[in-house]
Write a protein that binds this ligand. Structure first.
Ligand code: MN
Length: 252
């Protein structure tokens, strides 16, 4: 069984497309948040109960659970007993927008996949790398092929695959590149306005992030029309720096 979730919410057409494609691979259990949690990161809900409703995904007959928890909560719910059997794989997406470079530290889509890894199974995060056009057919079929492959080959413990698919049809896609994370550049601006009561409020705005990716990165691959597949590990330790910091001889 494959556990399917997302961070855009249970009504997102990206989730329906993904569930439909993955059903051709194996039984799916869909558990997704009842609202959009984009950029909520790896949030775990500890201070309130979680409610779950049974729903049907839009434009499908696919049954799903809709929860008022976060994307990571949805995955935890599945592993802790809501799914009818223990999932062998978590697939999260298809996100409406890219998750490349340091985006993944904000991403609810990638965090849901991380929760799968924390639960001890391989995971895949799938994002459509565009900001305006949402045609999920090709991304869904690629995700299904990759899921079949991961189920067959397995993945090293602690690793997920972060997938970004350029917009377009299959004939527009130049191929697949296995990449490293690139360096994102954010164009955030602080917008300060007055609320109707005369008090200041702040909004972090600005245009979509950029970043000229170097060859070998996810940003570079997608800009060149390739599907990017980045193996991401949860061990964030900078192994190269352990010795250097140790040489500081820090005293208690
Ligand atoms: Mn999202």
């Amino acid at each position: 069984m494959i556990l399917v979730t997302n961070d855009d919410g249970v009504d997102s057409p990206g989730l329906s497309a993904l569930a439909r494609a993955l059903k051709q691979v194996e039984d799916v259990c869909v558990i997704a948040p009842n609202r959009n949690w984009t950029a909520a990161g790896h949030t775990k809900t500890l201070d309130r109960p979680l409610r779950v409703a049974e729903v049907t995904l839009p434009r499908t007959r696919q049954k799903a659970y809709s929860s008022d928890g976060t994307p990571s909560d949805c995955v935890a719910l599945g592993f802790l007993g809501l799914a009818p059997e223990r999932p062998r794989l978590v697939v999260s997406g298809i996100n409406t927008g890219p998750n490349m470079g340091s985006d993944i530290t904000y991403s609810g889509t990638v965090s849901a996949a991380m929760e799968g890894v924390v639960s001890g199974v391989p995971a895949i995060a799938v994002s459509l790398a565009d900001y305006y056009e949402w045609e999920f057919t090709y991304a869904a079929s690629f995700a299904a092929r990759l899921a079949r492959r991961v189920l067959r080959e397995g993945l090293k413990h602690d690793v997920l695959l972060n997938v970004n698919v350029p917009r377009g049809r299959r004939s527009d896609i130049h191929g697949v590149k296995v990449t490293r994370l690139g360096r994102r550049e954010y164009n955030d601006e602080l917008i300060r306005r007055k609320d109707p009561f005369g008090r200041d409020y702040y909004w972090i705005g600005g245009s979509p992030p950029g970043g000229a990716g170097e060859p070998g990165t996810d940003l570079h691959a997608v800009a060149a029309g390739y599907v990017s597949v980045t193996p991401v590990q949860l061990d964030l330790t900078s192994h190269a720096l352990i010795e250097q910091i140790a040489s500081w001889g820090l005293k208690a």
